[in-house]
Write a protein that binds this ligand. Structure first.
Ligand SMILES: [Zn+2]
Length: 271
C-alpha cells in the first residue's frame, strides 16, 4: 500500500492537469496566430502568446508590453491577421490579374503582328500581280501589230502584172500622210532607192521586214528603234509610181515577199 499514496499523488497530479491541457489545446489556434503575428506586430503579440502558455510569463510579458498594445484582444489581433491575409490575397489576385493582362496583351500583340504580316503579304501579292499584269500588258503592246495607215483603201494587190511580180499591196493615200511602224522593231533602211523612191524598211521583233515605198519624207534613220504606231515618215509619189500611194511589202524573216493580204489577216489588221 506504500505505492497507493504515491500513485494517488501521481494520479492526483495527473488529474489536476487536464484543465490546463484543454486550455492550451483550446488556445492552439490563437497561439499560432499570435506567433505568426510576432513577425509583424508589437510586443502585445508576445504578451498574448505568453499568457496562453504561462501565467507567470504572461505577467512578465504584460509588464514589458505598452498599455496601448496590451488593450488589443486576441480576437482583434486575429481580425487584423485575417485582414492582412485578405490583403495578401488581394495583392496576389491583383498580381495574377496583371500577369493575365500581360499575357493577353502579348497574345494580342502577336495577333496584331500576324495581322500586319498577313496584310503585308497580301499587299505584296497584289503588287506582284499588278506588276505581272503590267509586264504582260507591255509585252502585248510591244508585240502588237497595226497598219501603217488608218482607213486604208487598197488599189493594187500582190502578184504578177505584165510578167513582172508586184511584190506588195498598194494603198491610196494623199501625199504627206503619216506612216506608222507596224510593231516594235529597228529601222533597217531609210532613204531613196531605185524603183521604190524614198523607202523605209523596218525589221520587227519577230524577224518580219516591212517596206514602205514611194514616200515623200522619212523621220527615222537606219538603226533607230521604233515602237508600234511610231511615225517613221510620210507618204508620197517618189520612185516608179503613177500616183500618190503607199507600196507595202511584207518579208517574213527577212526572206522573199509574201502576199500582204493573208499576212495582215493573220495579224488581225486586214483592211
Ligand atoms: Zn506597189
Amino acid at each position: 500500500m506504500s505505492h497507493s499514496p504515491h500513485d494517488a499523488r501521481h494520479r492526483a497530479r495527473h488529474q489536476a492537469t487536464p484543465k490546463p491541457r484543454r486550455l492550451v489545446a483550446g488556445l492552439a489556434l490563437p497561439t499560432s496566430v499570435a506567433v505568426a503575428l510576432m513577425f509583424c506586430a508589437t510586443g502585445a503579440a508576445v504578451a498574448t502568446s505568453s499568457k496562453a502558455q504561462s501565467a507567470g510569463f504572461g505577467q512578465r510579458a504584460a509588464t514589458l508590453a505598452s498599455p496601448r498594445t496590451t488593450a488589443a484582444s486576441p480576437d482583434a489581433l486575429g481580425a487584423r491577421h485575417l485582414k492582412e491575409i485578405a490583403l495578401a490575397q488581394a495583392v496576389a489576385r491583383d498580381s495574377r490579374a496583371k500577369t493575365v493582362a500581360r499575357d493577353v496583351a502579348v497574345v494580342r500583340a502577336g495577333t496584331v503582328a500576324r495581322g500586319v504580316e498577313r496584310k503585308k503579304l497580301a499587299a505584296r501579292a497584289v503588287e506582284a500581280k499588278r506588276a505581272a499584269r503590267a509586264v504582260e500588258a507591255k509585252r502585248a503592246l510591244v508585240r502588237s501589230w497595226r497598219l501603217p495607215i488608218t482607213n486604208p483603201v487598197k488599189t493594187s494587190g500582190f502578184g504578177y502584172r505584165w510578167g513582172r511580180l508586184h511584190a506588195g499591196e498598194d494603198f491610196a493615200v494623199s501625199v504627206g500622210t503619216p506612216l506608222a511602224s507596224m510593231s516594235t522593231g529597228k529601222v533597217d533602211f531609210a532613204g531613196p532607192i531605185s524603183g521604190y523612191g524614198i523607202l523605209v524598211r523596218i525589221r520587227y521583233w519577230d524577224g518580219t521586214i516591212s517596206y514602205y515605198g514611194h514616200m515623200s519624207s522619212v523621220s527615222v534613220n537606219k538603226g533607230d528603234s521604233v515602237d508600234p504606231g511610231q511615225v517613221v515618215g510620210r507618204s508620197g509619189n517618189t520612185g516608179h509610181s503613177t500616183g500618190p500611194h503607199l507600196h507595202l511589202e511584207i518579208h517574213p524573216d527577212g526572206g522573199d515577199p509574201v502576199d500582204p493580204g493573208p499576212w495582215l489577216t493573220r495579224h488581225n489588221i486586214a483592211s
